[in-house]
Design a protein around this ligand. Structure first.
Ligand SMILES: NC(=O)c1ccc[n+]([C@@H]2O[C@H](COP(=O)([O-])OP(=O)(O)OC[C@H]3O[C@@H](n4cnc5c(N)ncnc54)[C@H](OP(=O)(O)O)[C@@H]3O)[C@@H](O)[C@H]2O)c1
Length: 343
């Protein structure tokens, strides 16, 4: 029996007591522009400084986004005492180095996904942040979207019954641009680290860390993984089936199945989307939820900014919705999948 309505999402609404932090951006590329734009339009958080390997690029970004200061080196920005939190938006190959730079300067740090290219490297960041006493968070923005709160409440309320399966895929057709960082091994390219992390983190959110990992896929000419399917097993009778690809735009949908009901996430499932709740009848009734906040697509990046400020205000050093152990555990799953695909 389905409930008559969805639970209200627990929102990270701006202006509800979170500190207005002064943010510094390292590596102002494509996602940095999208994140800062969304943050400025939708939150009380402000970027006050930006650093690029090129002063000219930093100045351009600063002008575009209204930041006070532009630096021509990352070191200068982390030495700026007015900065509260550093956002690392470089390719994944640089996340460890730039994350450590910011942590060792005593800053709170938000690092784009994946936090590092291996679980061992992510653990180095976690250990450094623990020593420094600063907050460290992976920019796994899906976790801070309104729909994530609705999903976790439905699960906690037992609406799905006992959890049995997660299906999720995320694939994009990127082969037309072989120079892209996604195909460059030295920049931490590959489907799993960039796209596959979204299905894997969803399975982790719902079912926890897997007990068994089976991966089938292919490595391309440049040495990065091009596509794969992972089957994850758990202690109980549950399984996740997760796919990713750099060669095709896949449906990019997800579903969470339990003994009583399932939730289907619309495409692409990792951004603000719709949820369909269905009972376990073969053609039973369904209930549809649409994000009521009006923050569509990349505007949804702003939720993680207010979430981080909220956590800082609460004196936390990690996200309670996606803690550091889980960040490392998801990377450990990707490590093992990559090992099997390359074997
Ligand atoms: N949350 C999301 O939805 C989302 C979406 C896309 C990407 N991402 C993540 O965001 C990160 C950046 O992705 P992007 O697509 O924004 O990349 P991008 O456009 O290539 O920008 C990355 C920036 O990093 C800097 N950089 C530092 N070292 C570099 C190096 N060795 N090679 C190239 N650039 C270097 C460059 O800026 P300067 O030289 O000016 O400093 C460059 O503009 C990745 O970790 C990716 O996984 C997240």
């Amino acid at each position: 029996m389905l409930p008559s309505s969805f639970p209200e999402p627990d929102l990270f609404s701006p202006g509800t007591g979170e500190p207005a932090l002064r943010w510094g951006v390292l590596a102002p590329g494509r996602i940095a522009g999208a994140f800062v734009g969304a943050m400025h339009r939708n939150t009380t958080q402000r970027v006050t400084a930006v650093a690029s390997r090129s002063l000219e690029r930093a100045e351009l970004f600063a002008r575009e986004h209204g930041a006070d200061t532009a630096y021509g080196s990352y070191e200068e920005l982390v030495a700026d005492p007015s900065i509260d939190v550093v956002y690392v938006a470089s390719p994944q190959s640089e996340h460890l180095k730039l994350g450590l730079l910011a942590i060792n300067a005593g800053k709170h740090v938000l690092i784009e996904k994946p936090m590092a290219t291996t679980a061992a490297d992510a653990q180095l960041l976690v250990d450094a942040a623990a020593s420094a006493g600063t907050l460290l968070m992976e920019a796994m923005w899906s976790r801070y979207l309104p729909q994530a709160s609705v999903i976790t409440t439905l699960i906690a309320d037992g609406v799905l019954g006992d959890l049995r399966a997660v299906h999720a895929d995320f694939g994009q057709a990127k082969a037309g641009n072989p120079e892209h960082r996604l195909f460059r091994k030295e920049l931490g390219g590959g489907a799993l680290l960039d796209l596959g992390i979204y299905p894997v983190q969803l399975a982790s959110m719902v079912l926890g860390a897997p007990r068994t990992i089976t991966a089938v896929g292919a490595i391309g000419e440049t040495g990065v993984d091009l596509y794969s399917t992972l089957v994850l097993g758990y202690d109980g009778p549950a399984q996740s089936t997760l796919s990713t690809s750099l060669l095709a735009r896949t449906p990019s949908v997800a579903a969470i199945m339990g003994t009583e009901a399932r939730i289907e996430l619309g495409s692409p499932f990792h951004v603000p989307t719709t949820l369909v709740l269905a009972d376990n009848e073969f053609l039973g009734p369904t209930l549809t939820w649409a994000d009521p906040t009006g923050l569509a697509l990349l505007e949804g990046l702003s939720w993680e900014a207010t979430a981080l400020a909220t956590f800082v205000g609460e004196g936390r050093t990690e996200s309670p919705l996606h803690n550091l152990d889980e960040t490392v555990s998801v990377l450990a799953t990707l490590d093992e999948a990559l090992r099997q695909i390359a074997a």
